[in-house]
Design a protein around this ligand. Structure first.
Ligand SMILES: [Zn+2]
Length: 293
C-alpha cells in the first residue's frame, strides 16, 4: 500500500511537472506570439544601429541631437541652387552673385543619414520626433536671419512637394508629417505658417528630356547635378486655384539638400507667382554627387 501511495505520489509529481512544462511551453508560445504582434505594431530595434530597443537607442538619439544642434549655412556645395532673392541683377548666375541661402540642421552622414533613411524609406515614422526637433532648430535660425534682414511680415513655409507615387508607395508624406508635427506642437517659429503651395503637375507630355527612358520627372536619386536640374525643371506648379499677394515672403523647406535642383524648381514657381523667396531650410545637407566622388 505504502509502495502504491509512493508510486501514486511520484506519478502525480511527474504529471505535475509535465503540466508545469506544458504550461511553460504555452506561456513561451503566447509570449512569442505577443512579441511578434508587438514588433509589428511597435518597432523593436533602433532605427540607426539596430540595437534591440524601441525607436532610437539613447546613444543614437544623443548622436542625432549633437549632430543637429547647431544649424549652419549649407548652400556652398549645392551647384543647382538659384540666386539669392533680389541680388541676381538679371544674370541668374548664383555662382557670381550668391546662391539662395540654405540653412541645414546637420550633415547627411552617419547616424543622421541612417535615421533619415529609416524614417523616409523604411516606414520608421516613430523616429520623426528627433528629426522634427532638428528641423525646428534650423527653421528658428533661418527665420531669425530673415527677421534680422528687416522682414517682419508673415513668412510662408513652403514644403518641397512629394510625388503622389512616392506617397502611395510609402503610405505617408515624410516632410509633410514632420511639419504637421511641428505645427501641432506649436514649435514653428513665430509669424510662420506651413502652406503646401507648390505641387508636382506630373509627367509633361512632349517635354524633351535628356534622361533615358521618358519625358516626365523621375526620382532624383542617383542623378548628377545637371541631370537633376533637367529632370526636375518645369515639373512643378502652384497648387490649383492658388494665387499669391505680390511680395509674399516664403522659405522653402525640404528634408535633404543635395544639388539644390528641387529647391530651385520650387523657388522658380514661387517667384513666377510673385513671391519673394528668402531662403530654404533642410534637415540635412549632403555634398553633391560630383563633390562626393
Ligand atoms: Zn542605436
Amino acid at each position: 500500500m505504502r509502495r502504491d501511495r509512493q508510486g501514486g505520489t511520484r506519478l502525480s509529481s511527474v504529471t505535475g511537472r509535465l503540466d508545469g512544462v506544458l504550461q511553460c511551453i504555452w506561456a513561451v508560445r503566447l509570449l512569442s506570439a505577443g512579441r511578434d504582434f508587438w514588433s509589428l505594431v511597435f518597432p523593436t530595434e533602433c532605427a540607426a544601429c539596430t540595437l534591440p530597443t524601441v525607436s532610437l537607442c539613447p546613444e543614437c538619439r544623443a548622436q542625432v541631437r549633437k549632430a543637429t544642434v547647431r544649424p549652419f549655412r549649407a548652400d556652398g556645395g549645392a551647384q543647382a541652387l538659384p540666386a539669392a532673392e533680389g541680388c541676381d541683377g538679371g544674370s541668374g548666375d548664383p555662382t557670381v552673385i550668391g546662391a539662395l541661402p540654405v540653412t541645414a540642421a546637420g550633415h547627411y552622414r552617419g547616424t543622421v543619414a541612417r535615421v533619415l533613411l529609416s524614417y523616409k524609406n523604411h516606414r520608421r515614422t516613430d523616429v520623426g520626433r528627433p528629426l522634427q526637433a532638428a528641423l525646428a532648430g534650423a527653421l528658428q535660425t533661418a527665420v531669425h536671419e530673415v527677421r534680422e534682414g528687416g522682414e517682419l511680415g508673415e513668412l510662408l513655409l513652403v514644403p518641397v512637394p512629394t510625388r503622389g507615387a512616392s506617397v502611395r508607395r510609402r503610405g505617408y508624406d515624410p516632410l509633410g508629417l514632420l511639419l504637421a508635427g511641428l505645427g501641432r506642437r506649436g514649435e514653428l517659429p513665430a509669424g510662420c505658417r506651413v502652406d503646401a503651395l507648390v505641387v508636382y503637375h506630373g509627367p509633361l507630355k512632349g517635354r524633351p528630356s535628356a534622361l533615358p527612358g521618358g519625358t516626365g520627372p523621375v526620382s532624383q536619386k542617383g542623378l548628377g547635378g545637371s541631370q537633376r536640374r533637367i529632370n526636375v525643371h518645369a515639373s512643378m506648379a502652384l497648387a490649383t486655384g492658388r494665387q499669391l499677394p505680390p511680395g509674399t515672403l516664403c522659405l522653402v523647406v525640404d528634408d535633404v539638400l543635395t544639388t539644390g535642383a528641387t529647391i530651385a524648381e520650387v523657388t522658380r514657381v514661387l517667384r513666377h507667382a510673385g513671391a519673394a523667396v528668402a531662403g530654404a531650410v533642410v534637415v540635412a545637407a549632403t555634398p553633391a554627387p560630383s563633390r562626393a566622388r
